[in-house]
Design a protein around this ligand. Structure first.
Ligand code: NDP
Length: 286
């Protein structure tokens, strides 16, 4: 493999150890233990798995978790009532509502009901606005993790040609803003982009978040580019792969993040980081 690996799993572990220490220090100095409300509605196995791994990571980092598992039949009014309770609970500094929500619930209404001051995922319009301004309060976890991964390589973002493939509100758009604020020249691509391979080949930093297994092939990648693969796709044989065709692309890229062990663990570490930062703000120490 020609490319150097961006080991998200190892980086996330280092960050989680730092969070555990800072969490313990905050508790010792102020009596405040960072707290996360984890709300899961329904019994989608993938969502349950995500929430469990987030809870495990919180436990290991000394972050208190208020675990709320609600039945698939939960009404929007009941979920909003729970969120109101968590908004008012002084033990809680971050609220995570695991998506997707069941059909009878409007996700937008629910995410907008989370207090912007406890919006650990950074999805509330107030936090989106702050992010656009370049003055974020909570930065969405996956894009924040992507930036930390890029920074961990020591390669400067400033002045680079960055291409982000995917324009979702949770990954593509915020990732492109974070790169822009770090002075990259950013192009955002989507399903209507013409000649996507040619645009991707311009990228010195290529971030791919589309949800299509092995979609980005070696001919779409510039020699020596840094490739961050956000995709998380389960194949029929049960294995997880990214949106990038890792084998051939790793022969051409300068840096590449793997799947699994790349962006996924960093997303969880950033959720803990956002919760800790929020607790520090409450304590007046952030
Ligand atoms: P969405 O489905 O919300 O968005 C996908 C984006 O990709 C859209 O903007 C879409 O374009 C674009 N797209 C789809 N097909 C193509 C194509 N052929 N060419 C160019 N663009 C295309 O996905 P998410 O952003 O939520 O997630 C993307 C991937 O990242 C998924 O695999 C998801 O599982 C993974 N993910 C991983 C996380 C982690 O922690 N590891 C966290 C979050 C997501 P258009 O807007 O035109 O429809």
């Amino acid at each position: 493999m020609a490319a150097r690996l961006i080991d998200g799993k190892a980086l996330a572990q280092t960050i989680r150890e730092r969070i555990a220490k800072e969490s313990a220090d905050l508790h010792a100095q102020t009596g405040i233990r960072p707290g996360l409300a984890a709300i899961l509605v329904g019994d989608d196995p993938a969502s349950a798995l995500y929430v469990r791994s987030k809870q495990k990571a919180c436990d290991a980092a000394g972050i208190y978790v208020a675990d709320h598992k609600l039945p698939a039949s939960t009404t929007q009014a009941d979920l909003l009532a729970l969120i109101e309770k968590m908004n008012a609970d002084p033990k809680i500094h971050g609220i995570l509502v695991q998506l997707p929500l069941p059909k009878q619930i409007d996700s937008k209404v629910v995410l907008d009901a989370v207090s912007p001051a406890k919006d650990a995922d950074g999805f509330h319009p107030y936090n989106v606005g702050r992010l656009v301004e370049g003055n974020p309060l909570f930065t969405p976890c996956t894009p924040k993790g992507i930036i930390k991964m890029i920074e961990s390589t020591g390669v400067a973002i400033e002045g680079k040609r960055a291409v982000v493939v995917g324009r979702s509100n949770i990954v593509g758009k915020p990732a492109s803003l974070l790169l822009l604020h770090r002075h990259a020249t950013v192009t955002v691509c989507h399903s209507k982009t013409k000649d996507l391979p040619a645009v991707c080949r311009e990228a010195e930093i290529l971030v791919v978040a589309i949800g299509k297994a092995k979609f980005v092939t070696a001919d779409m990648v510039r020699e020596g580019a840094m490739v961050i693969d956000v995709g998380s796709n389960r194949l029929e044989d049960g294995t997880f792969v990214g949106d990038v065709d890792f084998g051939p692309v790793s022969q051409k890229a300068g840096w590449i993040s793997p799947v699994p062990g790349g962006v996924g663990p960093m997303t969880i570490a950033m959720l803990l980081d956002n919760t800790l930062e929020s607790a520090k703000r409450t304590a007046g120490a952030g």
